[in-house]
Write a new protein. Structure first.
Length: 373
């Protein structure tokens, strides 16, 4: 038998094997971790239905995911600037380039979600749209002449050296993407468990590296959309970027091991643990928000005649609230009345006012504490 040539990170990986992978998924360790991931994911699917309006969680958690996913790509902004931007369209337009890029990620998620709900499946077209939204570009799949390589980060040994060269050449990237989406969408020909298939597809997408930039962020959006596609979730609320940041070294090591040695086991276990832990954390988040909502509603109704369930829900839609938001809920437009109401909420400690130039934002510190924990 001819020996396999050693992997050369400086040469385009045009021999990237097509899916499905040549690996027996009935490994005991993989199946054990699959069980844990499946159980916690099913609990999350049920738990989110306890929220009076699931969009409350989606609105805040997508922003946290956008921030974390962008941080993996070394794009940093602050929670304060993000929350101010989404609570005020003017602030969003004048935000820093980093904040705008994070907000575009959040919008790209919704673009992908709406496209999926309309088409019923993931496709190359829908993924290109997600990429274009994230990067604010009309560029699509990288052309064959682009000398795209992945270089080692500054914290790694030999920083700046080439770590990986993705496939390159006329039609090569497109052919590998065609295979990827056939694998994702054809459950009869490829009857793999959806969580395992998501993990396999995530590796393959990152290895193909179809875009000049933003592949990691696009791939992480694909993960959540695929789980919704397979009815393992009903809402986009499972975001693994925080787990990846906390285990970034292992994430890239396991990716590289598949590429260089076709070692799928550790990669699959890593992704299954990411699903398990993220689902657990999101369940804790939902529980904490619901408990805090109940306590705030009880406190507000006892002290204020005008405070009700609808106002309380608005207070938990996002951490930074503007006066006009409460006015829209209670149907009052009088600035004097709304100023009085916000002063009462501030006096009670339900919100804290924050002056930003001529604007005043009201911060729900309890929600902020939960989101940042």
């Amino acid at each position: 038998m001819k020996e396999k040539e050693p992997f050369d990170r400086n040469i385009p990986y045009n021999q990237l094997p097509l899916l499905p992978p040549d690996y027996d998924l009935n490994n005991k360790e993989v199946l054990l971790n699959w069980g844990y991931a499946s159980r916690n994911l099913a609990e999350l699917r049920r738990n989110i239905l306890r929220l009076p309006n699931p969009n409350m969680l989606i609105n805040t958690i997508t922003l946290q995911e956008a921030k974390s996913s962008s941080e993996i790509e070394n794009i940093f902004t602050t929670d304060d600037e993000l929350y101010r931007a989404i609570s005020d369209s003017v602030k969003e337009n004048s935000a820093s380039p980093e904040t705008k890029e994070v907000l575009r990620y959040r919008q790209a998620l919704w673009t992908g979600y709406r496209n999926f709900m309309d088409k019923g499946k993931l496709s190359q077209e829908s993924v290109v749209k997600i990429y274009q939204e994230i990067k604010n570009t009309k560029q699509g799949i990288r052309p064959p002449q682009s000398q795209v390589v992945i270089r080692k980060g500054q914290s790694e040994l030999n920083p700046g050296d080439i770590a990986y060269t993705p496939p390159r050449g006329k039609g090569i990237v497109e052919d590998k993407l065609t295979n990827l989406f056939k694998y994702i969408n054809d459950n009869e020909k490829f009857p793999t468990d959806p969580i395992l298939k998501m993990a396999i597809a995530h590796y393959q997408f990152e290895a193909i590296h179809p875009f000049s930039d933003g592949n990691g962020r696009v791939g992480r959006i694909m993960n959540i959309l695929y789980l919704i596609n397979q009815e393992l979730l009903t809402y986009p609320v499972l975001y693994m970027s925080k787990y990846i940041i906390e285990n970034k070294k292992d994430y890239y090591y396991c990716l590289g091991a598949v590429t260089q040695r076709q070692q799928w086991k550790n990669w699959l276990i890593f992704m299954l643990k990411a699903v398990e832990q993220t689902a657990k954390n999101t369940n804790h988040l939902i529980d904490a928000i619901l408990d805090q909502m109940a306590a705030t509603l009880d406190y507000g109704k006892k002290e204020l005649k005008w405070y009700n369930k609808e106002v309380n829900e608005a207070m938990f839609y996002q951490p930074y609230i503007k006066q006009k938001t409460i006015g829209e809920v209670i149907g009052r437009t009088s600035r004097t009345t709304l100023t009085k109401y916000m002063a009462e909420l501030s006096r009670m400690g339900i919100v804290t006012p924050k002056q930003e130039g001529k604007e005043v934002y009201y911060i729900n510190n309890d929600l902020l504490r939960i989101l940042e924990s």
